[in-house]
Ligand binder design. Structure first.
Ligand code: ADP
Ligand code: ZN
Length: 517
């Protein structure tokens, strides 16, 4: 298999696969017939876009949703991918450009509405060009009994036979009857490789904790699991070495692992980890690809991962054998600052940075979730679920309070300064601080000046963090990360909605760590 990481990063701007994507991408790239059932929002389009780039020739994408096709084509083109669409919404110029790109053999992805398959000229064209894959979005539209039935979808099976190329079908509709019908109509009854996996990993216990004394927290977690294999992920190389040392002093077998080590040393850690029972590897994210030890019993994050996808992938290394496994993810204000700086100082274009900030916010939302952690996580991937009974918040509910008043104060400070400032300055306003910036901008004249003295600075930081995690405010990269209000905040400001905040993470954030890990 090719290494997809560079394409994933450079073309799509993602740092990790989402649950299930990698297996599907592998199978489609290898040219197998595939039926993939994934919840809406799970990330289906990547599962044919990435193989399209990795394979020779053109991938024909059949989708019934014209607006969605146009969005995808635009996004691909912006990322430098040769993609085009033939739909009834095209201008003659657009159609001409697609034909030309096809003639010149440049096009990688050709999106088509199913109606096009009814036209003889389109069929003739598809026979003439080098089609290497057919991808079918919303494959359940082939089902005559479903309410989304599209008669033209029945032509796709003929197309596959005529071209004799692999076909990958995607849908969010999982019921067995629909699946059977898809196999019959699209694959002529020949069962494709089928991927139907929820995102849940029910044997993995989930937990987060605010950093208090992070080294102590990790040592305690490891001590309670003495003799069991585990991974500790750290944000920096230096930290992997220091923490491995601390674990050894605590009489654990432990090694560090990071990308700066000689290949040979890395190999030897990998081999030891595979062979030995109870070894702890303290690593950066460089440790992961290629380790397939089924009985990793725990994974801890000494620092917050960079996105919810990275989090899922890293904790997912635990308990592959299906036996119980445990996880703990630490987070603190320094992590958030570090992650934000990494995004802002990266080379990505502004829209991608905004998306990265949003993904980080989702992880913060998970870190400070109010109810079942797993429900929150699965909801992010588009899957509905019941409270799990296997996470820290199901074990003991979060300590929450009605935070409507401080949130409204913060929103009002944001609006009165016209959404041009970051949390540092906003907090100074709320606390009524006497800074040069406040005097220069006459922000001491604002009605919000000094209204928030009831909370400390670090408590305010925690409140802003939770507001970001709930997507009530968002940093705007075009304004140097100034916070702007989102739609979701409007009803709160109008007094039509209330907000619950977590008290525990505000409290421990106020008690800043004395010991640094
Ligand atoms: P679906 O078609 O399954 O409903 P999409 O393909 O439109 O879902 O993807 C849903 C969202 O998930 C999009 O915003 C997309 O950018 C995002 N996404 C997909 N794959 C990844 C990934 N590996 N990492 C981060 N975000 C992803
Ligand atoms: Zn739960």
């Amino acid at each position: 298999m090719p290494d997809f990481a560079p394409l994933l990063r450079d073309v799509f701007g993602f740092d990790a696969f989402r649950p299930g994507q990698e297996e599907i991408v592998d199978a489609v790239t290898a040219g197998r017939n595939v039926l993939a059932i994934m919840p809406t929002g799970g990330g289906k389009s990547l599962c044919f876009q990435l193989p399209a780039l990795a394979r020779d020739g053109v991938t024909v994408v059949i989708s019934p949703l014209i607006a969605l096709m146009r969005d995808q084509v635009r996004a691909l083109q912006e990322a430098g991918v040769e993609a085009g669409a033939l739909t009834s919404g095209n201008t003659p110029e657009e159609t001409e450009a697609v034909w030309q790109a096809l003639d010149e053999g440049r096009l990688k992805l050709l999106y088509m509405a199913p109606e096009r398959l009814a036209s003889g000229s389109a069929m003739a064209m598809l026979r003439r060009i080098n089609v290497s894959l057919i991808a079918v979005d919303e494959a359940h539209c082939v089902s005559q009994w479903g309410h989304d039935f599209r008669p033209d979808y029945l032509r796709i099976g003929e197309l596959r036979q005529a071209l004799d190329v692999p076909l990958a079908a995607f849908t969010a509709t999982a019921d067995a009857e629909t699946r059977l019908e898809i196999v019959e109509k699209l694959f002529d009854g020949e069962p494709p490789q089928t991927f139907l996996r929820g995102f849940d990993r029910p044997n993995i216990h989930l937990a987060f904790a605010a950093k208090d004394s992070p080294r102590r927290q990790i040592l305690d977690f490891a001590a309670a699991r003495r003799g069991r294999s585990g991974i500790v992920y750290c944000g920096t190389r230096a930290k992997t070495e220091a923490l491995a040392q601390a674990l050894r002093e605590d009489r654990h077998p432990a090694c560090h692992y990071h990308g700066g080590m000689e290949a040979e040393d890395r190999r030897s850690v990998e081999a030891r980890f595979a062979r030995e029972d109870g070894l702890i590897v303290v690593a950066t994210v460089a440790f992961g690809m290629g380790i397939d030890k089924p009985d990793i019993r725990w994974v801890a994050h000494a620092d917050l991962p960079k996105s919810i996808e990275a989090y899922y992938q890293e904790i997912g290394r635990a308990g592959r054998d299906g036996a119980p496994a445990e996880t703990l993810t630490l987070f603190g204000p320094d992590d958030i600052r570090l992650r934000r700086t990494q995004i802002d100082e990266g080379l990505a274009p502004p829209e991608r940075r905004a998306a990265d900030h949003a993904r980080l916010n989702s992880l913060l939302g998970l870190a400070e979730a109010l109810d079942c952690r797993r429900q929150t996580l699965l909801a992010y991937f588009g899957e509905e679920s019941e409270p799990c009974g296997k996470c820290d918040l199901c074990d003991s509910p979060a300590d929450v309070f009605d935070g409507t008043t401080p949130v409204r104060m913060a929103l009002s400070a944001i609006l009165r300064t016209e959404e041009w400032f970051g949390s540092g300055h906003l907090i100074d306003i709320l606390l009524g601080q006497d800074t040069e910036k406040i005097r220069a901008r006459r922000h001491d004249q604002l009605p919000t000046y000094g209204v928030g003295k009831e909370y400390s600075k670090s408590q305010w930081q925690a409140i802003f963090r939770q507001m970001m995690g709930r997507d009530l405010v968002r940093p705007d990269p075009e304004r140097h990360g100034a916070l702007r209000m989102t739609e979701a905040a409007a009803p709160i400001l109008r007094g039509e909605d209330s907000v619950r905040l977590r008290r525990d993470t505000i409290r421990s954030a106020a008690r800043r760590p004395a010991v640094k890990a």
